[in-house]
Unconditional design. Sequence first.
Length: 172
Amino acid sequence: MTRGFYIGRFQPFHDGHRNVVETIAEEVDELVLGIGSAGDSHSRHDPFTAGERIMMITKSLVDSDLVTYAVPIEDLERNSVWVSHVQSMCPDFDVAYSNNPLVIRLFEEAGVEVRQSPMFNRDVLEGTEVRERMILGDDWESLVPEAVVEVVEECGGLDRIQQVSDSDSNGE
């Protein structure tokens, strides 16, 4: 049995993430999804809580044949021990998936096999684009699984990101 690890902020979990998971599913029997920056929420950059992101992922992958575990990973401001921090929070895994150069380097230095995952329609399917559309009231729903739309509605996420993105400055 092979267990993989895939980390992301998933702010929110979108169709690009789902496509990566589907691709990884062809190579592993189980997948740990690390919810990065788990302690961050209620900001333009990180609007959703770790619990809300776990709901997004779990509900989006409920029909998948792949066994998945969503694990919150709080930020650690010490890169040299980050991999051991991740490993202490997760079930054992055999291979890590990432396209982030720093993450790749850190896992490789720790002796963990790293595979890069394909990107899907990256110019549109990325968190910044989804969040900007949410803030502006544009179509964001077509970029995420239906389950994510439901979670965002349940937690008042659209109102939240729009409100926390407002400025209290006088245009300066």
